[in-house]
Design a protein around this ligand. Structure first.
Ligand code: MSP
Length: 649
């Protein structure tokens, strides 16, 4: 048994919670539940980020005080998380008294380390991102990375000596390869830091909604210094040493990719300065688009989290979000896909399995779990047992690798295998033939495999699995991961109760509801493809849709290009793919294009390939190009209004 501390970002309370907020918190909840199931002592933290210029302005716009606004909006998040049945141990607010105290001590520590000095800040600031930007990160009055408006700021400010931590951070990244995940994000952060770190302005004087700078209350602390510190407040920093030792460093800070710089550069530097250990991992997940488009209020496709919770069963929503989008990738929120996954995977596969097994047990042997004696001898039984044990191991490994979608895939595959088992052993035929012992054996095996499926799935799909486990008459001890170490843990003698319908089949959305890129014909083709057997696929070189989804392709704006010395076919190209800094790509297109031809073009890039070294240069993506018969290349091109980083699917 060990301790496990998982955090989500704390959310800004200037608006209503949306799908992105629900997503991160649901993943963290599943991780927390999984570790509890393992027997770990878990601390799961979420909450709200309530200070800063953005909040002050939003309150002013509504004509209320910031305190009133944050009380009102923070309550909405708390209510949402209750509605979503999340199991956080604390909902922290940066306006909480204990947090303010910890922030003050933290800043004191940075001061004592000689890392804070008074200076003058002059530069760009985005209130919406609560971030400072360099000149090179601005285009047409907007931050390139986020598209948010920036304003020129000139004021007295305290600075944190971030530049001092450039080398220590790089060293830390190298010595702790899992600190920033997924891997591609690590490269992104590394090259940002390598590009040079400037000292960070950590106080403001032109507004007041924040924690005052200790000893100089004219200044309020930069909201990120305040916000990031929440992660240590909650586990007793500077207050309860024993608790702090127990949970800090956090096992995982789960965040969205847009706030990686704060978590993987600023936060570790603050911690180093304060001589505190760094979190074990910062994991940046991707973003949801909605029916193929970036979610934004102006587009009217904002997915309100309450509406989502209203429209879908919680289990279905959780399952869809975690199964559809591999953690770290971007994903598309499509109602049609929710329906497909619900109907095929939850209702037809799992729901049907439970229903079949429980009704047969009732009908053929009176609804009581049979006792079976002796070792398994039939091939089908052994295969099912082995598959169940292997699934438990595979799920464990997937969770350690943060591959939640893979864990779910494995569990549902076991459910499918159990359906196949029933089809093979045909309990109804055994019943007819009066082969009572074999009938009981096969029913027991089916129920035991269902126990494996339901226990493993319980952190992800909590309500339906609880109904299944209740239906099997299991006590707590038989619902733990440890109880799956051996086959045969399902106690005999329990009277089964059949749960109500576990998963209701959903109707596909109407056409207006589902404006997915898939044309009608495309959808038909997909169905046809789903029906093709594996042999058909390999014979025609087809890949499954899931495999295709693994390839991350994005619009890439070429910001720079140059020849590679000693390689006349290669160009070294810098591409903006919507990340904090451009990626380097080595492309074999020098015979067709001069470097200057390329700058400014918007092309297509694969962004989740393992980096490769070519002529000593690390290539961090691949450009897509068509090769003509004469060996020259043509590059696809996207119009100006498609921002770099837009996913291509
Ligand atoms: N307050 C800061 C975090 C401070 S943590 C010490 C903040 N808040 S936020 O409310 O703007 O964003 C919270 C999270 O929502 C971020 O992790 C962000 O990536 C995530 N998402 C916002 N839109 C999203 C999607 N469309 N999809 C998935 N996650 C998204 O940033």
């Amino acid at each position: 048994m060990s301790n496990f501390y998982v955090t989500t970002p704390i959310y800004y309370v200037n608006g209503a919670p949306h799908i992105g907020h629900a997503y991160t918190t649901i993943i963290a909840d599943a991780m927390a539940r999984y570790h509890r199931l393992r027997g770990d002592e878990v601390y799961f933290l979420t909450g709200t980020d309530e200070h800063g210029l953005k909040i002050q302005r939003a309150a002013e716009a509504r004509g209320i005080s910031p305190q009133e606004m944050v009380d009102e909006n923070s309550a909405k998040f708390r209510e949402l998380f209750e509605r979503l049945e999340l199991t956080h141990d604390r909902f922290i607010r940066t306006t909480d008294a204990d947090h303010k105290k910890v922030v003050e001590i933290m800043v004191q520590r940075l001061k004592e380390a000689g890392d804070i000095y008074l200076g003058e800040y002059e530069g760009w600031y985005s209130a919406s991102d609560e971030a400072y930007y360099d000149e090179s990160e601005i285009e047409d009055g907007k931050a390139i990375a986020s598209g948010s408006e920036v304003e020129w700021v000139e004021e007295k400010s305290y600075f944190f000596k971030l530049s001092k931590y450039e080398e220590p951070l790089l060293k830390y990244y190298d010595e702790h390869p899992d600190f920033i995940a997924p891997k591609a994000r690590r490269n992104e952060v590394r090259s940002f830091v390598e590009g040079g770190l400037r000292d960070l302005s950590i106080s403001r004087t032109t507004f007041s909604w924040g924690i005052p700078m200790p000893d100089d209350p004219e200044h309020v602390l930069y909201v990120w210094v305040d916000a990031l510190t929440n992660y240590i407040t909650a586990v007793g920093a500077f207050e309860d040493e024993e608790r702090f030792q127990k949970f800090w460093p956090a096992d995982i800070h789960l965040i969205g990719k847009d706030i990686l710089r704060f978590h993987a550069v600023y936060w570790p530097a603050f911690l180093m300065s304060a001589e505190l250990p760094l979190p074990k991992q910062v994991y940046a997940h991707g973003w949801w688009t909605v029916e193929g488009e970036k979610m934004s209020k102006s587009k009217g496709n904002f997915v309100d989290a309450f509406e989502l919770a209203q429209e879908y069963d919680l289990d279905v929503l959780r399952y869809f979000m975690m199964r559809e989008m591999p953690l770290g990738n971007d994903g598309n929120f499509s109602k049609a896909r929710i329906v497909e996954r619900n109907n095929a995977e939850l209702a037809d596969n799992l729901g049907n399995l439970v229903n079949r097994a429980l009704s047969m047990t009732k009908k053929f042997i009176g609804g009581v779990v049979p006792a079976v004696a002796g070792d398994l001898s039939e091939e089908a039984d052994i295969a099912l047992r082995n598959r169940s044990i292997e699934t438990r191991q595979a799920v464990d490994a997937a969770m350690d690798n943060r591959e939640i979608h893979r864990a779910l895939e494995q569990i549902l595959a076991l459910s499918g295998e159990t359906n196949n088992y029933i089809q093979t052993v045909q309990p109804w035929a055994l019943n007819k033939e009066g082969k009572q012992d074999r009938l009981e054996e096969t029913l027991y095996n089916s129920l035991e495999a269902i126990r494996f499926v339901a226990v493993l799935l319980s952190p992800f799909v909590p309500d339906a699995t609880k109904a299944i486990l209740d239906g099997l008459g299991l006590d707590d001890e038989h619902r733990t991961l440890a109880s799956l170490e051996k086959w045969g843990g399902l106690p005999a003698g329990a009277t089964l109760t059949r749960p109500d319908v576990l998963f209701t089949k959903l109707d596909p959305p109407s056409e207006e509801e589902d404006e997915e890129v898939d044309s009608k014909d495309g959808a038909k083709d997909k169905k046809k493809d789903d029906k093709m057997s594996k042999e058909d696929k390999s014979a025609t070189n087809l890949i499954a849709f899931d495999q295709f989804l693994k390839v991350e392709m994005k619009v890439a704006r070429i910001v720079d290009a140059e020849n590679v010395e000693g390689a006349d076919k290669l160009l070294k190209v810098q591409v903006d793919v919507g990340e904090e800094s451009p990626r380097t790509v080595v492309a074999g297109i020098a015979k067709t294009f001069a470097p200057d031809d390329l700058i400014g073009r918007r092309v297509a890039a694969v962004t989740n390939l393992e980096p490769a070294k070519l002529f000593g240069i690390e290539s961090q993506a691949m450009l897509l190009a068509a090769k003509r018969d004469d060996g020259t290349f043509a590059l696809p091109s996207f119009p100006e209004d498609v921002p770099p980083g837009t996913s291509i699917s």
